[in-house]
Design a protein around this ligand. Structure first.
Ligand code: PHE
Length: 461
């Protein structure tokens, strides 16, 4: 039986699905946190520069490899650049597998907090509630963690199971606009608060007094994560893209949307935080803290219309996480379809069961099970979940990204890459500029991260 690979129904379908992959916990959970720790302004500018100089060129490279070859990560890299590059694709599939297994645990918390907020919105926020202790108890409750993680993985699989058009594209068409509307509602509410002006200037005024060399590398590492680069997600999604669509235009939209959403989410959170006198000095303990400990309480105490917005906010987190996790699963599923000759349905079931195994281990690694929670392979990274995140963010994604820049810049023919990027390209686009970036600028920048991680033990997770 012929295996149908599927394709996007419309250009908008691809853009929404790719933006859905990019916009995720990275935008709502990681970015506000690292922007906060690095004191805003100057860091944000460096981040924007990284997105433009490294993120965008690699995004173009990934999509063009996928579309050129009509194959997912492994087959695509092999067919585009030579058999040996299949290894880089294989690394990507493995990275997706691991990333999904712990992403699901964090995403599961948004289910829990949505349920809690619904309760509070109806019954009122409990007096004297200790958010820190409550979060700790939730994280350490093994059965609840396993159930939440499983629920999220089942939701992810049920979308991928239905295929590219009827599953992934349809889900993105519903969830992405909803996400945008919810974010705007939150933004409007936050902008009426006293801290709005301070948040704006914190985020946008270019102050470089706090920027250190490592901030640059941190910004670079995050640009991979947030744009879903370095593991073949965009190769896979690009392989379903029609021949006549412009890769340059669609990538621009995806990159701009991802960046705007990260900035608006941060602006919203900071406006709330700056509105409470003294809170900004006490804050900064962890990324988890901001999203699941500080915010819930603030919704019910200070945010205008907070009782209405709080459950919506966690719905937003859930949607964002879900459109990202389906792209992670799709990388694994598409590999099984292209390279192992499987049909989509069995491929999805096989993948999700396998991912589920590792995910369960992550789910009980936050205190529920001592053996999984207490070991420290890398300094400060306790347990399975933190260890895997460290490996993926600091090692596997940059390494995959390096492989992809080299494959596209040095091992594909100029003719092939130029043909792909020229289709429908906007007037300002210069192929030679892209080529310079993909051959020299991007690999050098990525190599810098890897050197920093390996030789100086820097951590960007
Ligand atoms: N970009 C997603 C986020 O910001 C994470 C992700 C990384 C998804 C790599 C797919 C591939 O949350």
């Amino acid at each position: 039986m012929e295996i149908s690979r599927g394709s996007w129904g419309t250009r908008m379908g691809f853009v929404l699905a790719a933006a859905g992959s990019a916009v995720g916990l990275g935008n709502l959970w990681k970015f506000p946190y690292i922007a906060w720790v690095n004191e805003g302004g100057g860091f944000v500018l460096i981040y924007l520069a990284c997105i433009a100089a490294v993120g965008l060129p690699i995004m173009l490279a990934e999509i063009l490899i996928g579309r050129r070859t009509r194959l997912a990560a492994v087959g695509g890299l092999g067919a585009a650049a030579g058999r040996r590059w299949r290894l880089v694709g294989g690394l990507g599939v493995a990275t997706g597998f691991v990333l999904l297994s712990y992403y699901a645990v964090i995403a599961g918390w948004s289910f829990a907090y949505m349920a809690r907020c619904l309760q509070w919105s109806v019954g009122g926020y409990p007096n004297g509630y200790d958010g820190v202790a409550a979060f700790g108890a939730l994280a350490a409750n093994g059965w609840v963690q396993v159930a939440l993680t499983a629920l999220f993985l089942v939701a992810t699989a049920s979308i991928v199971y239905r295929g590219v058009g009827a599953g992934i594209e349809r889900a993105a068409r519903v969830m992405m606009p909803a996400l945008f509307v919810i974010l705007l509602l939150l933004l409007v509410s936050a902008m009426t608060m006293d801290g709005a002006g301070q948040a704006l200037s914190f985020l946008l005024a270019p102050r470089f007094d706090h920027v250190r060399a490592v901030s640059v590398l941190e910004a670079l590492g995050h640009s991979f994560f947030t744009l879903s680069l370095g593991m073949g997600t965009m190769i896979t999604y690009g392989s379903y893209l029609g021949r006549r669509e412009s890769i340059v235009r669609t990538s621009m939209v995806v990159v701009v949307l991802d960046t705007i959403i990260a900035l608006l989410a941060s602006l919203t959170m900071f406006a709330v935080i700056f509105s409470i006198p003294g809170l900004s000095d006490r804050l900064g303990a962890s990324a988890v803290g901001m999203l699941f400990v500080t915010l819930p309480e603030l919704f019910y105490t200070v945010v205008p219309a907070g009782a209405l917005l709080a459950p919506l906010f966690y719905l937003l987190v859930m949607f964002a996480a879900l459109t990202s996790s389906i792209s992670l699963l799709e990388v694994v599923v598409a590999y099984l379809i292209d390279e192992r000759g499987m049909q989509r349905k069995p491929a999805t079931l096989t993948s999700i069961v396998a991912v589920g195994g590792l995910a369960m281990l992550c789910a009980v690694s936050l205190g529920a099970w001592g053996a999984a929670s207490n070991f420290e392979l890398f300094a400060g990274k306790l347990g399975v979940l933190s260890t895997l995140d460290h490996l993926v963010s600091n090692g596997l994604l940059p390494l995959g990204g390096l492989g992809i820049t080299l494959a596209a810049g040095w091992f594909m023919t100029r003719k092939a890459t130029e043909e792909e990027l020229s289709v429908g390209a906007p007037g300002w686009f210069r192929y030679s500029v892209w080529r310079f970036f993909i051959r020299f600028v991007s690999p050098a920048a990525v190599a810098a991260i890897l050197v920093a991680v390996i030789f100086f033990g820097r951590d960007f997770s």
